[in-house]
Design a protein around this ligand. Structure first.
Ligand SMILES: Nc1nc2c(ncn2[C@@H]2O[C@H](COP(=O)(O)OP(=O)(O)OP(=O)(O)O)[C@@H](O)[C@H]2O)c(=O)[nH]1
Ligand SMILES: [Mg+2]
Length: 456
């Protein structure tokens, strides 16, 4: 896929019926195809109402064609956009006709993400912007849309490039000193290398904090409701979702399988999973369900360990809690929540002053719980200015930050470690360069674009 030069075609709109459906073609030189399709050249960037005919001369569709001539197009190549009526069979016919007439220019069906890949390879956008296109389309909340749009505008890339530029300046200073060893002695002081490094480190820390928020906005939070049977997990799911998604009964062991529901909390996508109550059982179906509960717990970002506030805490709760803590991933937190507060009356939650007290039935305490969920998940509540980010970006920022830390240690050693100081700066810079794609292993590029949908 990486080195394909052939012209490509795909339906750019979603599958299914719609008012309009778009077929998009991109290639180095599309004028022969345009002539073959419409028996005349098209003026660039002008909408033309045209009829597309099949080989027998029958009209397939009356459509609007827009022709973009290289390099002034999305991909940087010639691009032809056909805005047809939005029927799936009709669009297949249009594609088929284009492929027939495009045979002599070797027109082929596009692979997922191939249009965006070309835009990237032709320097129309950088890698972070290309990823932002996919994130914009996949965005699960309005806040995520705005965050992806900011990335696409290049805000994230600009921040990264500024940082790279500052590290470059610092490297030039150090490396020029290395060429004149007699001047090394005063270098670290004169060039204010340590101060400059500190500024860069602080900027990177700021960017990391923002990217962490952006990751939450993009991927949302996997929230798992776990606990013994009958404590009210399904009731809590229904309460959070605002509708009866899960069956609730007084019978312990009601929920047998995982139930998923996605909601939006303060613009953050929240993927809630209700699970089968955790207990020892000889029932085969229930035990399968409980296995699935543990699977969900293992992949959660946050587990709510729900308990009944009316029951005195016993060794079972304690051992269940320890077991959950033993199963979760390192980045997951467990939130202890006590349900059925409405039944407590004036009694205290038996010896459990520490946890969050709610009632899934009356909704009491649920707003506080929502706030707590966002807080524990690391959401700071500021949507403005957030830029969506991916795990890949966070990993690069983390590694860049480790290298800056090391370079700071070498700087502290004085001039004897100047070369190592410079080398760590270079490694930090490489990591930042991977975000925008300046320095990227080839296999990674294929991996990133293969996650796009066809037609993008
Ligand atoms: N009074 C009161 N009853 C509740 C509350 N939450 C749940 N219940 C009741 O407790 C019983 C069990 O609720 P579920 O939501 O089915 O409990 P669960 O944890 O999903 O149970 P399993 O699916 O069996 O593991 C039902 O009768 C609910 O109506 C609450 O906050 N207050
Ligand atoms: Mg249940």
């Amino acid at each position: 896929m990486m080195s394909r030069k052939v012209p490509i075609i795909a339906i750019a709109t979603a599958p299914g019926k719609a008012g309009v459906g778009i077929v998009r073609v991109s290639g180095a030189k599309l004028s022969p195809l345009v002539e073959a399709l419409f028996q005349k050249p098209l003026k660039p960037r002008e909408a033309s109402l045209l009829s597309l005919r099949d080989s027998a001369g029958a009209v397939i569709d009356q459509l609007i064609a827009v022709y973009f001539v290289s390099p002034a197009s999305f991909t940087g190549e010639d691009v032809l956009e056909l805005q047809c009526h939005g029927g799936p069979h009709l669009l297949e016919l249009v594609m088929k006709r284009c492929l027939e007439l495009g045979k002599n220019i070797d027109l082929e069906i596009a692979e997922p993400g191939e249009f965006t890949l070309r835009a990237y390879l032709n320097d129309k956008i950088d890698l972070a912007q290309a990823e932002a296109i996919a994130d914009l389309i996949d965005a699960q909340s309005e806040a995520a849309v705005r965050g992806a749009a900011r990335s696409l505008q290049g805000v994230f890339s600009e921040n990264i490039n500024d940082l790279i530029e500052e590290i470059t300046q610092l490297r030039i200073l150090v490396e020029s000193t290395l060429d004149f060893p007699e001047e090394e002695i005063e270098f670290l002081e004169n060039a204010q290398a340590r101060e400059r490094l500190k500024i860069v480190t602080n900027k990177l820390a700021e960017l990391r904090a923002g990217a962490q928020q952006g990751k939450i906005l993009r991927d949302g939070i996997q929230l798992v409701l776990a606990g013994a049977p009958n404590v009210g997990k399904s009731s809590l799911l229904n309460c959070l979702a605002g509708e009866d998604v899960a069956i609730v009964t007084p019978i312990a062991g009601t929920t047998r399988d995982r139930i998923r529901e996605s909601i939006n909390l303060d613009g953050v996508p929240m993927h809630i999973i209700d699970t089968a109550g955790l207990r020892e059982t000889s029932d085969l179906v229930e035990s399968k369900g409980i296995e699935r509960s543990w699977d969900a717990i293992r992949t959660a970002d946050l587990v709510i360990f729900l308990q009944d506030s009316n029951l005195a805490p016993g060794p079972e709760e304690e051992s269940l809690k320890l077991k959950i803590l033993g199963e979760i991933s390192p980045k997951c937190s467990v939130l202890e929540v006590f349900n059925k507060a409405d039944l407590l009356g004036s009694r205290d939650a038996v010896g459990r002053g520490m946890g969050l007290l709610i009632s899934a039935k009356t909704g009491e305490g649920v707003n506080a719980l929502k706030k707590k969920i966002l807080e524990v998940a690391g959401w700071d509540g500021h949507q403005e200015g957030v830029i969506v980010a991916r795990r890949r970006h966070l990993d690069c920022l983390d590694r860049a930050s480790e290298h800056l830390d090391k370079s700071r240690q070498f700087a502290a050693n004085g001039n004897s470690s100047l070369e190592l100081f410079a080398e760590e700066l270079r490694l930090a810079q490489d990591q930042l360069g991977q975000i925008t794609g300046k320095l990227l292993p080839d296999d990674l590029l294929g991996k990133i674009f293969s996650q796009f949908c066809i037609g993008k």
